[in-house]
Design a protein around this ligand. Structure first.
Ligand code: AMP
Length: 282
């Protein structure tokens, strides 16, 4: 596995591979890698000749009061995980290389970026879209692998790829969970043991509501009531939003249907966790 900090070196390495007729899969991450990230690398390996992974804790997607400085970082551990997962390139650019003095250009995917997480994290998706576009320009992958855990991010990046006529195919991969259902996340490391136990309520709420949907309930408010009920039984959880939305527009739906998405964000202490589930899926 080649380990590269320099943008031009990464670009040249991948350009050479492409010129040899090899396809490139790309997995962008912020590091502190877990099984969820590794599943994306695995998936990329299955369909591409080469796999590039980036690790970059992107400052422009964090709000001023958010966890940028304390976000978990473990480059040695991550390097080993990438190597074992079979990545060909690990790209870890420096912040001042991607955002040098005088940097002024940002991408806004309108409307979609203001909904759900965007409402509580103003500017977050502007930072995400900007860094993903920058990374795509460097890596120029045939396929971009994203995790469904960050559902809104998937919708926004897919929209940007279409709107900017980018060539990468966006591949959305299923959420990898802990045995009790908690979606794996680098931020789970912030949870103390009691918080960690309580965090299982997110997935429990989603599976309960899905059960009711499968029994025939279509009313959005009724389904939201189930989600709210399960979450509010957990004293450590403070909901940020509990929504049932259209899978593409992310607008609330009054009547749920197969394909509608239940999306949750909650606070547990100082940690914000998200999860989602598509209705009708088993
Ligand atoms: P992050 O490092 O949190 O920016 O995540 C990098 C990529 O991994 C994103 O596409 C995430 O959606 C994806 N990802 C994070 N957690 C999971 C998970 N539990 N299962 C699948 N993909 C995930």
């Amino acid at each position: 596995m080649k380990i590269v900090e320099d943008r031009d070196e990464a670009r040249t390495f991948l350009r050479d591979r492409r010129e040899m007729g090899e396809t490139v899969g790309f997995v962008p991450t912020m590091g502190a890698l877990h099984e969820g990230h590794l599943s994306l690398i695995q998936r990329a390996r299955e369909s591409c000749d080469r796999v590039a992974v980036s690790i970059f804790v992107n400052p422009t997607q964090f709000g001023p009061k958010e966890d940028f400085t304390r976000y978990p970082r473990d480059l040695p551990g991550d390097t080993e995980k990438c190597r074992r997962a079979g990545a060909d390139l690990l790209f870890f650019p420096r912040t001042d290389a991607l955002y040098p003095e005088g940097y002024r250009t940002y991408v806004t995917v309108e409307d979609l970026s203001d909904r759900l997480c965007g409402a509580s994290r103003p500017g977050h998706f502007r930072g995400v879209a900007t860094v993903v576009l920058k990374l795509l320009q460097i890596v120029r992958p045939d396929r971009l692998f994203l995790g469904e855990k960050d559902y809104q991010q998937c919708v926004i990046i897919r929209r940007m790829v279409r709107d900017f006529d980018l060539e990468a195919e966006v591949v959305i991969c299923p959420t990898v969970r802990e045995p009790d259902g908690l979606a794996m996340s680098s931020r789970n490391a912030y949870l103390d043991p009691e918080d960690r136990k309580g965090a299982a309520a997110l997935h429990r709420a989603l599976t309960e509501a899905r059960k009711i949907f499968l029994r025939g309930e279509r009313n959005g408010e009724a389904l939201r009531g189930v989600l709210t009920g399960v979450l509010s039984a957990e004293p450590r959880i403070r909901p940020d939003y509990i929504r049932i939305v259209h899978p593409e527009t992310l607008k609330d739906v009054k009547e749920a249907e197969t394909g509608s998405v239940m999306a949750l964000a909650v606070w547990i202490g100082a940690t914000r966790l998200i999860d989602n589930m598509t209705l009708g899926s088993s």
